[in-house]
Design a protein. Structure first.
Length: 94
C-alpha cells in the first residue's frame, strides 16, 4: 500500500515568508529617529544646566588672564637668567 502521509506532517512544513511589519526600516528612518531622540535628550539636559552669572564669568576670566601673564613673566625671567648663566659659562670655557 502507498504511504498515507499527512499533508501537515512536520517533515513537509513550509516556512512562512516574513510579514512586512517584521521588516527592519531603512537606514534613513532609523537614523532620523535616533537624531530626533538625541536632540530631544540634548534639549532636556541643557534645561538642567545651572549657568554661571556674568559677574562670575568675568571674575574667572580676569583670574585666568592674570595667571597666564604671571606664568609667562616667570618663564621669560627664568629663560633670561639661564641664558646669562650659560653664556657666562661658555665665555669662561672658550
Amino acid at each position: 500500500m502507498a504511504d498515507n502521509k499527512n499533508v501537515n506532517s512536520p517533515e513537509e512544513k513550509v516556512e512562512k515568508a516574513p510579514k512586512s511589519k517584521d521588516k527592519k526600516p531603512n537606514i534613513f528612518v532609523r537614523g532620523s529617529k535616533k537624531l530626533v531622540k538625541f536632540l530631544k535628550d540634548t534639549v532636556g539636559e541643557l534645561k538642567k544646566v545651572v549657568w554661571t552669572s556674568k559677574s562670575e564669568v568675568w571674575k574667572s576670566l580676569k583670574l585666568v588672564i592674570a595667571t597666564v601673564v604671571t606664568v609667562s613673566v616667570a618663564i621669560a625671567l627664568i629663560d633670561y637668567v639661564s641664558s646669562l648663566v650659560i653664556n657666562a659659562i661658555a665665555g669662561l670655557i672658550g
